[in-house]
Design a protein around this ligand. Structure first.
Ligand code: PHE
Length: 340
């Protein structure tokens, strides 16, 4: 009996080492451990043996069965761990795939566009390397004008002359570019990168983004500007925001304004976000200067309109409570992953 069992075991083991697939393993299991297998036959026949042989035979057959079951499990394991042709262990757990997400500035920019689009503002773009003429001259800032000090400029040539190339210091030059191309009515926004020769700190970057807005038609008034900006701050910062307009100065608008909204953090009561005043400055704006209109060939007696310009980083900082503008450009994943 023991001999027969040993033979069976040897044959089964030899066959098992050849099995290379799940199907082959299953066929082997049926053949060697199944109801019709030789080993099962032996186990069944034990009761026909003389009583004094049963115990030893039973133990031998059961041990054989157990060893075959173990061999099967071990082989199945080694099969599933087998390497593919490239040498990679195909059963190793994979690396988790991290979902990418939009940069907070991209999200803010998209939101600004989505808020203004229903009012009819179409997004256009212009060059970042710009002529002095568009960045300054046509915007009523001649070469000797002290207002040039408002924008610390990267010049691409040594001397500042009207024919010079520079990195645009704001998106306002695109106002002139658009008006040169189309007749009123005009309603555009200009999202884009701008450059200033600044000392970088928590609230200043030398490269940042702006969104310009421009609306020109007959009969546009400052009330339209107010209405547009009120809609904007409420859509961006909540329905309870109030808008306040304070006198300011830009060479290309008259009158010029600084738009402020009631603080979204304290609802106007005064807190650290608004410096205790209850109001937060969010953008520069004004009615397009008649000289600018004339410069692009519009008749200021017929057409007028408003313009505004905002810093995208500033809007994003207010929206997300970011206190250092440089965080947006450090590519620190611990920062970026916080924006869903
Ligand atoms: N271009 C101005 C700036 O960068 C902002 C502005 C745009 C002001 C349009 C008025 C009208 O400071």
């Amino acid at each position: 009996m023991q001999e027969r069992i040993d033979e069976l075991l040897a044959a089964a083991r030899a066959e098992l080492s050849q099995a290379g697939s799940d199907a082959a393993l299953e066929a082997w299991r049926v053949a060697h451990l199944g109801r019709r297998s030789a080993l099962t036959g032996i186990l069944r026949s034990i009761r026909d043996l003389p009583p004094d042989e049963r115990r030893a035979a039973g133990q031998a057959a059961n041990a054989a069965r157990q060893s075959l079951e173990e061999a099967l499990a071990a082989h199945r394991d080694s099969l599933s761990r087998r390497e593919d042709e490239s040498g990679a262990d195909v059963t190793m757990p994979g690396y988790p795939v991290r979902l990418g997400r939009l940069h907070p500035l991209t999200r803010t920019l998209r939101e600004i566009r989505a808020v203004l689009a229903p009012l009819g503002f179409r997004a256009v773009s212009g060059p970042e390397v710009e002529w002095d003429r568009y960045n300054f001259e046509l915007l009523n800032i001649p070469a000797d004008h002290p207002a040039r000090d408002m924008w610390d400029t990267f010049h691409l040539q040594q001397q500042a002359r009207p024919g010079d190339l520079l990195l645009r210091t704001h998106t306002s030059p695109v106002q002139a570019r658009v008006m040169e191309q189309v007749r009123p009515p005009v309603r555009v926004i200009v999202p884009g990168k701008v450059y200033r020769y600044e000392n970088r700190d928590a609230s200043h970057e030398s490269e940042f983004m702006q969104v310009e807005g421009l609306a020109i038609d007959e009969h546009i008034t400052m009330a339209d500007l107010r209405g547009t900006l009120t809609h904007f701050v409420r859509a961006m910062f909540g329905p309870d925001r109030e808008l306040r307009i304070r006198a300011s100065y830009f060479p290309f608008t008259e009158p010029s304004a600084e738009a402020e909204m009631s603080c979204h953090a304290c609802d106007g009561g005064g807190c650290s976000v608004c410096g205790g005043s209850g109001w937060i400055e969010i953008l520069g704006a004004g009615m397009v200067h008649p000289t600018v209109l004339a410069n692009v060939g519009y008749d200021p007696e017929v057409y007028q309109g408003f313009a505004f310009g905002m810093g995208v980083e500033r809007i994003a900082m207010l929206k997300y409570g970011v206190t250092d503008i440089r965080s947006f450009y450090r590519n620190d994943l611990r920062f970026l992953r916080q924006f869903h």
